[in-house]
Design a binder for this molecule. Structure first.
Ligand code: NDP
Length: 399
């Protein structure tokens, strides 16, 4: 049915590629293109024997011209951007220039400022609409499935949604004193930023990780969760009608927070360049280089993730609470695709978004966040493709 150019060959891309190869009727041919071509080759070798035809290419996706050249030679129907948020705009420009659909899992961030906003990508709406090209933003788990969960709740269960709490809990243990589950640079930029949530039409800013609760979550038990800003809050605050409050929470162990605090205190999480032996280096990029590669955590990580949305509002004049979530087991993911659950829960929705676009089910010219499409085919695909969800109308975990 289609050809996909997949940019990036890290933890998330590896899972998405494995899942594409499980659906060879949709993904007939793929090209894995990344900065380090050996990583593309390694993924291809693992998938030897797949019905999907796999090509590889070396690519610096910071160069729009290089992406255009590769698109022109491979002629994909879709570009799946599974590299880093820094490449979102160069790849979107290349898609516009060649008329090819675009998908990513994280909003654009300028490398020199840790700002999480859709404004740079939403500025392309008119251009994509006029070019007849679809861009699907944030098709991972959060953002991604969390937005689909909210759209599904809005479509089927509520007349008005008043509050949404997104809870991202990871009870996995990789045995290292300190490691991140996805790209360390992107992860630490996000976690050390100020918290922010939306309430009654405005944004409330909080000190980083200064609001904490304990939730007793299905299958993983009581966990400390901390309020953070997360990019889907921005689009959901616009796209969920009547919303009064939306917040995002993530679990962290005391051990993780202690390490992070020390690293921050000594300046290792800074993105300000410093002079080191006559060379300009960015401390956070140096830290990334010495931390474990998230793609290597698969065999070591044991336990489960639980990511979901607690949604409150009104149906037929009566208050209603709805909790929808997915539980994912790190070792089951590893047995299936050789990756831990964080890469898995991101790579699977990336494949599903691309599959719906290639099938023409999710296709309209312009730039869209996932909750702007019909959630039903995505929810159905989650159950079939390894991320089954559960729902509960009287959850007891609420504060
Ligand atoms: P990794 O660091 O494991 O992989 C990133 C890949 O992108 C690497 O193969 C890297 O190449 C490649 N890359 C980086 N820069 C370039 C460039 N200029 N040109 C070509 N390739 C490049 O990251 P993850 O797989 O953990 O994360 C991938 C993305 O997924 C990130 O944007 C992250 O924010 C997002 N994410 C989204 C989540 C969600 O739920 N929505 C959750 C988790 C992650 P090299 O190896 O040479 O450095």
């Amino acid at each position: 049915m289609g050809k996909a150019l997949i940019i990036g060959a890290g933890g998330v891309a590896s899972v998405a590629i494995h899942k594409c190869c499980q659906n060879p009727d949709v993904f007939e041919e793929i090209c894995i293109a990344s900065r380090t071509v050996e990583k593309c080759e390694a993924i291809k070798n693992k998938l030897a024997g797949s019905r999907t035809i796999i090509h590889t290419a070396q690519l610096d996706a910071d160069s729009t011209d290089m992406v255009i050249d590769l698109i022109k030679s491979f002629k994909p129907d879709i570009v799946m951007n599974l590299a880093l948020p820094y490449q979102d705009l160069t790849i979107m420009d290349a898609c516009l220039a060649t008329g090819v659909d675009y998908l990513d899992t994280a909003n654009y961030e300028p490398p020199d400022i840790a700002k999480f906003e859709y404004k740079w990508q939403w500025a392309y709406r008119e251009k994509f609409a006029q070019a007849g090209v679809t861009a699907l933003l944030g098709s991972g788990f959060d953002p991604g499935v969390t937005g689909i969960f909210c759209a599904y709740a809005q479509k089927h269960y509520f007349d008005e949604i008043h509050s949404i709490d997104i809870v991202d809990a990871n009870a996995g243990d990789h045995g290292y004193p300190f490691a991140t589950n996805f790209n360390p640079e992107i992860n630490i930029r996000e976690i050390t930023a100020n918290g922010r949530y939306y309430e009654n039409g405005s944004w409330v800013e909080t000190d980083p990780l200064s609001m904490k609760k304990v939730y007793d979550l299905p299958e993983i038990g009581p966990k400390s969760i901390y309020l953070m800003y997360h990019e889907e809050l921005e689009s959901l605050a616009l796209n969920i009608k009547g919303i009064k409050r939306i917040r995002f929470w993530m679990t962290f162990s005391d051990n993780y927070l202690n390490h992070l605090r020390v690293l921050e205190n000594v300046g290792m999480t800074s993105i300000e360049p410093i002079d080191f032996e006559g060379q300009q280096i960015i401390p956070l990029q140096f830290l990334k280089a010495v931390l474990p590669d998230p793609a290597s955590l698969g065999p070591r990580t044991k336990g489960k993730t639980n990511i979901g949305c607690i949604i409150q509002g009104i149906k037929d004049g009566k208050p209603r609470t709805y909790y929808v979530y997915n539980v994912c087991d790190h070792q089951e993911c590893y047995a299936e695709v050789g990756s831990q659950a964080i890469s898995y829960t991101t790579g699977v929705p990336a494949m599903i978004g691309a599959m719906l676009m290639l099938k023409g089910i999710w296709k309209k010219p312009g730039v869209f966040n996932v909750e702007e499409f019909d959630p039903d085919p995505f929810m159905e695909a989650l159950n079939k493709c390894g991320l089954p969800w559960q729902e509960n109308f009287s959850p007891t975990l609420l504060d």
